[in-house]
Design a binder for this molecule. Structure first.
Ligand SMILES: Nc1ncnc2c1ncn2[C@@H]1O[C@H](COP(=O)(O)OP(=O)(O)O)[C@@H](O)[C@H]1O
Ligand SMILES: [Mg+2]
Length: 414
């Protein structure tokens, strides 16, 4: 099957060299039993590619299961993947087969593989290398024949360097790396994909097809698409359903996309005044959370340089208090939720231009700045907006489903 036929069969639209190359790699690696690590931003098409690899392999008549490793609570993930014996933990009333047993002869797609706990990583390495696994609560080694395709939307090697992901497993998974380019790197495909989606949705909702003018096309092409093809699809659907005027201009497109091109915020700006929408202030808080994460990363990097590289040691000698505070933050068991930003007002002021906030808004933010409250608030809003669906809510918030699950527990939101 050539690249063109694969596109047809799997509904992949676009002809950019990057996407053609990815399809070609998938086509070549599919018939082997080699483990593939698919990397790419959320919504870029990783799951579609896992189907291609399975369907073009000798295992195509065998089972295929997609597992979102980020969505399964840590306490049950071993049992989900490898099964458990009756009575192996409280609530284990019956023995249960794990995915690796059920999928024997087929392919397992491990999405967000970077989220696996270290213990599970060890089990995974074993089953990939030898086909051997042990059910939770058992001592009997069992065999299975499963091809693993894994995916991640984060830079996995950072996790390796941070000690969160086993290096040996990383190299084992990454035997053949398959990179799915973000939509903004295949601009020539954007209009094509949009047209196809909007035509399909207009068909589905029995609304007349829409026509884009040149300005509208330019807006689509120049936007950064942080949510990639999924976001494009979403907006095409909204336009197909909601736009009364079927001749779409730049302005009508702008009503549907966040008004900050550079932003990778997964949230939509409030645009129709609906209560469920996220306000600019919410977005400011999201920016603060993101910056908090970046800061932790940055601090880790600095510590790393201090420990392993020479150049900074003078700086360290002269500023012992800075170095101490760096270590403090990093050694916190859960820096993501406990690190505090020391000068939020400065942060807010620096960012205000980006988000078109007026001074008054920023002042209000200073008065009521409690990240914990705001975090709880945003989680509630996101859950409400998505009618309690955690997957959708976590996507909107830009956190993994498991982080959302943990935060709901921590913040007592149930
Ligand atoms: N090139 C493409 N052409 C058409 N639809 C695509 C393309 N790439 C992805 N999609 C669609 O975009 C959505 C998101 O893709 P998915 O594989 O779930 O992304 P990821 O797993 O990377 O988050 C799906 O509905 C998928 O069918
Ligand atoms: Mg996905």
């Amino acid at each position: 099957m050539d690249v063109q036929e694969i596109k047809q069969r799997f509904g992949i639209i676009g002809g950019s060299p990057l996407i053609n190359r990815a399809i070609d790699i998938a086509r070549q690696v599919a018939p082997t039993d080699i483990t593939v690590l698919i990397t790419g931003e959320s919504g870029s098409g990783k799951e579609v590619f896992s189907h291609i690899i399975h369907q073009l392999s000798a295992r195509k008549h065998g089972p295929f299961i997609a597992v979102n490793c980020g969505a399964i609570p840590e306490g049950t993930i071993d049992s989900e993947l490898f099964g458990h014996e009756k009575g192996s933990f409280t609530g284990a009333h019956e023995a249960r087969k794990g995915y690796f047993e059920v999928v024997n002869g087929g392919t397992i797609f491990l999405d967000e593989v970077g989220e696996l706990p270290l213990g599970t990583q060890a089990r995974l390495l074993r089953v990939i290398e030898s086909g051997e696994y042990i059910r939770v609560g058992s001592s009997k080694v069992q065999k299975t024949d499963v091809r693993v395709v894994a995916a991640t939307n984060v830079e996995m090697f950072d996790a390796v360097k941070a000690g969160k992901f086993r290096e040996d497993l990383y190299y084992r998974l990454n035997t053949v790396p398959l990179k799915i380019p973000p939509l903004r790197d295949r601009k020539e495909d954007i209009h094509l994909i949009f047209r196809k989606f909007v035509a399909d949705f207009s068909d589905k909702y029995r609304s007349p097809n829409v026509v884009l003018d040149e300005g509208a096309i330019q807006v689509l092409i120049n936007y950064g698409w942080p949510g990639n093809v999924r976001q494009l699809k979403n907006i095409a659907e909204q336009i197909a359903v909601l736009e009364k005027n079927r001749n779409i201009t730049a302005q009508s497109i702008l009503n549907y996309i966040p008004n900050d091109n550079r932003s990778t915020l997964p949230m939509r700006m409030s645009q129709n005044g609906s209560k469920e929408d996220f306000s600019e202030r919410d977005i400011l808080y999201k920016v603060l959370f993101d910056m908090k994460k970046d800061m932790v990363e940055l601090k880790k990097l600095v510590v790393d340089i201090i420990n392993h590289g020479g150049g900074v040691s003078k700086y360290a000698e002269n500023n012992p208090q800075i170095i101490n505070s760096l270590y403090e933050d990093i050694e916190m068991p859960d820096n993501e939720s406990t690190l505090t930003i020391q000068h939020p007002s400065n942060v807010a002021n620096n960012r205000q231009d980006d988000y078109h906030m007026n001074h008054q808004d920023v002042e209000e933010v200073e008065e009521s700045l409690s990240l914990v409250d705001k975090e709880a608030d945003m989680i509630k809003k996101a859950l409400k907006k998505h009618k309690g669906k955690r997957k959708a809510a976590s996507e909107e918030l830009g956190i993994s489903e498991r982080t959302l699950y943990r935060k709901i527990k921590e913040l007592n939101l149930n």
